[in-house]
Design a protein. Structure first.
Length: 235
């Protein structure tokens, strides 16, 4: 039975491509639609969470916002995977570096996502689940970075449930080799695993938690295009 439109996405079934590139900020989505898509068509504006479908180099693809945090990306990606027939979701977002050799503007391709979230509790697993990326997407993303000469690292990120925390414990994640902190990838990877689909998170370092370096909101919205180049090369 067709369950679309859903409670959070106003599109009808078939209006969203099988590959969706997502960003937390709807204005970043608008930027991608205007700069990477041919003939973009708006399919969603429910709650201002913009979504467009168009083509890129002749291939059909959608872009859509997912908001901040795992509860938000969890809702949107669940509906995309389970109600709209989406097979691949690629998150392009920002992250805070917790490694000294990972600088502003560098890319992080998330092979896995550690988290302090209880998101996995819903599955009632008899142990700890390790959310990981789709390997083919990850491999091709790294190859594209090599080809384009983009600075990047592949490894674990930390998907935090909190932006402001009383006890960040960044030193403990640093000691485990975790590269950066963000807020969504673990939830995305779990939804992909549970639905039998593919996902990848690609982040641009927007701030450095150790050194205090930061970028502006405008820079985050309009200049983080290298991760978009990589994401669109995967469709």
């Amino acid at each position: 039975m067709d369950k679309t439109p859903t409670a959070h996405i106003g599109a009808k079934y078939g209006e969203i491509a099988e590959t969706v590139i997502m960003a937390g900020d709807p204005l970043r989505v608008k930027f991608m639609a205007e700069n990477f898509l041919e003939n973009p068509v708006l399919f969603n504006n429910v709650r201002g969470m913009l979504g467009y479908t168009g083509t890129h180099n002749g291939k059909r693809v959608s872009v859509m916002g997912h908001g901040m945090g795992m509860p938000s990306i969890g809702i949107y990606t669940y509906e995309l995977y389970n109600f709209y027939g989406v097979k691949t979701i690629i998150r392009v977002g920002s992250a805070g570096s917790i490694q000294r050799d990972l600088h502003l503007g560098d890319l992080v391709i998330a092979a896995g996502a550690c988290t302090n979230s209880s998101y996995a509790d819903q599955y009632e697993l008899p142990g700890t689940f390790s959310p990981i990326a789709d390997f083919d997407l990850l491999r091709h993303a790294a190859d594209t970075c090599d080809k384009l000469g983009y600075r990047y690292k592949v490894g674990n990120v930390f998907s935090s449930d909190m932006f402001y925390s009383e006890n960040a414990h960044n030193d403990k994640w640093i000691n485990m080799g975790v590269l950066a902190v963000e807020m969504e990838i673990a939830g995305l990877y779990m939804n992909a695993a549970r639905s039998g689909n593919r996902a990848l998170g690609i982040c641009t370092i927007s701030d450095h938690i150790i050194t205090g370096e930061v970028t502006t909101a405008e820079e985050r919205q309009t200049t983080f295009t290298k991760m978009m180049d990589v994401a669109f090369s995967l469709i």
